[in-house]
Design a protein around this ligand. Structure first.
Ligand SMILES: NC(=O)c1ccc[n+]([C@@H]2O[C@H](COP(=O)([O-])OP(=O)(O)OC[C@H]3O[C@@H](n4cnc5c(N)ncnc54)[C@H](O)[C@@H]3O)[C@@H](O)[C@H]2O)c1
Ligand SMILES: [Zn+2]
Length: 356
């Protein structure tokens, strides 16, 4: 079993191996004295993995109840959150008890936010079962639910007590959802680690999956430890996301998944920054060919104006400026501030402020 220790406002371990669900009860028992646990999962993951976790937790002495939500982003709502709070109250869950998020990023974000707020905060455990959740959403303590005005607008920083990544759970993912997570892995390679990028771009990823996941988690750990509350370095993780969010929103979250939006966002932005001399030449081609290899899209027929409209609605906008993340080359990223007034021209290839 591999272990990554996270040194954030709460210290915790991320465990990584095959078949960890069978031991999840005893692993969780090591980090908590809780008597009762509530497993939160969705209706896809419930029939696949819930029983294994539940049996293991009972064996480790927990009283277990289960709360199942419908799968999908719409479950990150206040409606479901309220039902979960009521469920916890009905089951007399106290501040000494724990929540266990078993599922993808939707389950993790909702459960984490519930844990952060129920009784002013109780402990929770992450058992991520999608590639995206294992390498991204379960690490770093961002928790959130959505409101009509936008995704993740209501949230909290609340670190888990333990993260259990059981690699075998990824075997049941559809190719589409697996590729979605891979877009984020490619992002880590782009912003931080040229060798990781090469591994994903050139090798058989199934053979190297454990190494890829470990490396991605460790990059996120470093970024979170440097900037837990998202005032600086952590923004590098947004590479591809400002345009990606604009793409997802423009197509009403129906045409492109998050990973596909990010893939197009990374490729589109890098093509622009390379043209302006802000990124080493050849970077766009390397990125595009890696994305294509993994059946991820690299372009979409959106106009610069449509990108602009989407970007200025992005919550990452502070006052009159937009923070973009550009690549210097594969493996190295830097923040690039641009005023809202200059953004449309930048997207239209009319010019970049401070271009090299
Ligand atoms: N907190 C963070 O830092 C952070 C970071 C990135 C993304 N997110 C959030 O994560 C969410 C997306 O997460 P996601 O991509 O995991 O989506 P998801 O949770 O919706 O899971 C995708 C689909 O896969 C199914 N599924 C999950 N595990 C499975 C398995 N092992 N086998 C078969 N099917 C399985 C789910 O039921 C769902 O239908 C978004 O809400 C996003 O905002 C949060
Ligand atoms: Zn993302």
């Amino acid at each position: 079993m591999q272990k990554i220790h996270v040194n954030a406002s709460r210290q915790y371990d991320i465990l990584l191996d095959q078949h960890l669900l069978e031991q999840s009860g005893e692993l969780i028992r090591r980090v908590t004295k809780a008597a009762a646990a509530v497993i939160v999962t969705d209706d896809h993951v419930d029939p696949l993995y819930r029983e294994t976790v539940e049996v293991s937790m009972r064996r480790a002495g927990f009283t277990v109840s289960v709360f199942v939500i419908p799968h999908g982003e719409t479950s990150k709502s206040h409606d479901i959150l309220l039902k979960l709070y009521e469920f916890l109250a009905e089951h007399a869950i106290t501040r000494k008890d724990i929540l266990v998020a078993l599922g993808g990023g939707v389950v993790g974000d909702l459960t984490g936010y519930c844990a952060a707020t129920y009784l002013r905060g109780i402990e929770f455990i992450q058992i991520p079962t999608t590639l995206l959740a294992q390498i991204d959403s379960s690490v770093g303590g961002k928790t959130a639910v959505n409101i009509a005005a936008g995704k993740n607008l209501i949230g909290s920083f609340w670190q888990p007590s333990l993260v259990i990544c059981s690699l075998d759970t990824l075997d049941t993912l559809s190719d589409e959802i697996f590729a979605d997570g891979l877009a984020e892995a490619i992002k880590y390679g782009c912003i931080w680690d040229q060798d990781l990028f090469r591994l994903i771009a050139e090798e058989d990823i199934k053979t190297h999956l454990a190494k890829i996941i470990y490396t991605c988690i460790d990059i996120k750990r470093q970024v979170v430890e440097a900037d837990e509350f998202d005032h600086g370095t952590r923004m590098l993780l947004n590479f591809g996301h400002t345009l990606g969010h604009a793409i997802e929103r423009h197509f009403h979250y129906e045409t492109y998944t998050h990973g596909c939006g990010v893939a197009i966002g990374m490729a589109t932005l890098t093509a622009l920054s390379e043209e302006y001399g802000l990124t080493a030449s050849g970077t766009t081609e390397a990125l595009r060919s890696c994305l294509r290899k993994h059946h991820l899209p690299v372009e979409t027929p959106m106009t610069p104006q449509e990108y602009y409209d989407g970007c200025v609605h992005d919550k990452k906008r502070a006052e009159n400026r937009i923070s973009l993340v550009l690549l210097k080359e594969i493996g190295k990223a830097y923040p690039y501030q641009i005023s809202v007034d200059d953004l449309l021209g930048f997207l239209k290839k009319e010019g970049a402020p401070h271009a090299g």
